[in-house]
Design a protein. Structure first.
Ligand code: NAP
Length: 243
């Protein structure tokens, strides 16, 4: 168990869904939170709801100037959790250029924009905790997930590189790969969503992982076996099972 009391964490993507639920778990544990996303009203409500110390700094992570200004306003932090993301279900046969670009720009490049402001600070003082939100869709290119699956594979790869590079330093890197969570993102799905979780339950698993010194957690565990195992399948079998 980590000692959370008095620690200052910056949560990007905190206004809704998983990020909002995680803010509640962290606040109850005594973490001083700085909450970011685009919707100021939702952030303001969240600050009022939380039991502990919290403030908000609006950010649009698709805009480098906004990220730099927000990071400056946030100042020194002990930890950074990246939870922002956008999603539209989409097959390569119905490619929407703007939506696909947005999924890369927010889910992956948006993470890089934020990390660019956070990692050098952590490395220079040899202390810090970074948590990135991936997805079970990251393990192998999923059908009907053009843009999303690839952007999450990028997050998974980025987290792995950072973990290896920083393993002997005071900067800790962790990642989580959730399955389906009931949020406005999955409201867009018409497919069946096995093992779907409430955002509060998913946030509880995420926070539990943040209390360990393990690098990666994919959940729900039973459902994750399908995705983790998929990387070992030959193409013909993968297409048959997932296609
Ligand atoms: N739901 C699932 O089934 C599922 C499964 C696996 C992984 N995930 C991942 O979990 C994370 C949270 O997703 P969620 O399901 O909780 O979705 P959500 O309810 O839509 O929350 C997404 C968050 O990202 C923020 N965001 C989006 N675009 C942004 C931008 N340009 N700048 C700053 N913030 C931005 C949103 O806030 P504003 O709109 O206020 O900016 C919101 O706070 C995402 O990374 C998602 O990919 C979700």
């Amino acid at each position: 168990m980590r000692d959370w009391t008095g620690k200052r964490y910056w949560l990007v993507g905190a206004s809704e869904g998983l990020g909002r639920a995680l803010a509640h778990h962290m606040s109850r544990a005594g973490v001083d939170l700085v909450l970011s996303a685009r919707n100021e009203d939702r952030l303001q409500d969240l600050v009022a709801e939380l039991p502990g110390r919290a403030s908000y700094v609006p950010i649009d992570i698709s805009d480098t100037a906004s990220v730099k200004a927000a990071a400056e306003e946030v100042g020194e932090i002990d930890g950074f959790v990246f939870l922002a993301g956008v999603y539209w279900p989409q097959s390569a046969r119905e490619w929407d250029a703007d939506q696909v670009e947005a999924m890369f720009d927010i889910n992956l490049t948006g993470a890089a924009r934020c990390l660019g402001q956070v990692v050098p600070q952590f490395v220079s003082r040899d202390r810090g905790h970074i948590v990135l939100t991936g997805s079970l869709s990251a393990f192998r290119g999923l059908p009907g997930a053009i843009g999303y699956s690839a952007s999450k594979a990028g997050i998974m790869s980025l987290a792995q590189s950072m973990y290896v590079d920083l393993r002997d330093t005071g900067v800790e890197v962790q990642s989580v790969n959730p399955g389906f969570i009931k949020t406005r993102l999955t409201d867009k799905n018409t497919i069946s969503m096995p093992f779907i979780m409430e955002s509060d339950d998913a946030a509880a698993v995420m926070f539990e992982h943040m209390n360990t010194d393990q690098f990666q957690r994919s959940f729900p565990w039973a459902f994750s076996l399908l995705f983790r195992g998929s990387v070992f399948l030959p193409n013909w079998l993968y297409v048959r099972l997932f296609g």
